[in-house]
Design a protein around this ligand. Structure first.
Ligand code: FMN
Length: 254
């Protein structure tokens, strides 16, 4: 079992480097770790038919690791350019191409990843406006295309003037260090998602029917089609609200 840290910060010993180190320092006994600092690599796209040994070397490191941990500070509300460049140049290694140009997960399918990010903005501002969201979303998009499974994410807001990681985050990093040490072959959250979906539908149907009850005073709810159409509309509005909420809350912002 091996865990690879991938640091994409301008600072080799900055806060993301520290978070990454806290995660890697807490992996279980026997788990091997390595960190690569992307600044140390001359990452350029492969110009066919020429070879690109740097990309080959990076791909080998990815292949020999079971879990990747991305340390990626938020720059301009986005993923740092160095990481984006790494993703862009690695695209032909991350995915296979179909005849029509569509992509399917490549050789790294079913590996796992954890994302770390940080920003100057305060916890409240990040919670409300999601400064770090795009950083996580970019990583998620690329990993989803490559078939790499997400374990979690850690966000560190309020970093202006910060020199050391607060104790709370150090503990969280340590927790994830243990978590990522357990080898999971496949995405094991399918059952959990079905259970969540079941309860979501059950609660929404209950709320919808609850809203329909007082509507009897103003609408002929005994009519099957009126009852059906009102159910569909109320259910749809609730579903849209819940999906918006789930998407909004999807990323950790505190
Ligand atoms: C080029 C650049 C752009 C940045 N853009 C933002 C930003 O849009 N919002 C923000 O809150 N912080 C921004 N920051 C602050 C970084 O997120 C902050 O420096 C980071 O927490 C430090 O991580 P590090 O110590 O690993 O480098 C930016 C920093 C740099 C260097």
């Amino acid at each position: 079992m091996k865990i690879l840290g991938i640091l994409a910060s301008h600072k080799e010993h900055g806060l993301n480097a520290q978070m990454l180190q806290h995660v890697l320092d807490n992996v279980d006994e026997g788990v091997e770790t390595e960190t690569i600092y992307l600044e140390n690599y001359d990452i350029t796209p492969r110009k066919y038919p020429e070879e690109n040994p740097v990309l080959d070397q990076l791909a080998d490191k990815l292949m020999e690791s079971d879990v990747w941990v991305f340390g990626a500070p938020t720059y301009w509300r986005e993923c740092p350019g160095r990481l984006k460049d790494f993703f862009d140049c690695m695209r032909p290694k991350f995915v296979y191409f179909k005849d029509n140009g569509d992509t399917i997960p490549g050789p790294f399918k079913d590996k796992h990843y954890l994302s770390l990010s940080s920003c100057y903005m305060s916890t409240t501002e990040n919670f409300l406006t999601g400064i770090t969201d795009e950083t996580f979303k970019t990583i998620d998009r690329v990993m989803a295309a490559a078939g790499v499974i997400k374990i979690g994410e850690i966000v560190l807001p309020n970093t202006f003037g910060m020199k050391e990681i607060p104790e709370k985050k150090v503990k969280l990093c340590a927790k994830y260090g243990h978590k990522i040490s357990k080898k999971v072959e496949k995405d094991d959250s399918t059952m959990k998602r079905y259970i969540q979906l079941f309860f979501m539908i059950a609660i929404m149907a209950l709320v919808t029917m609850g809203i329909q009850v007082p509507l009897k005073a103003i609408m002929p709810m005994d009519n099957f089609w009126i009852s059906y159409v009102s159910f569909v509309i109320i259910f749809f509005v609730l579903l849209a609200l819940i999906l918006h909420f789930v998407t909004f809350m999807k990323h950790r912002r505190r």
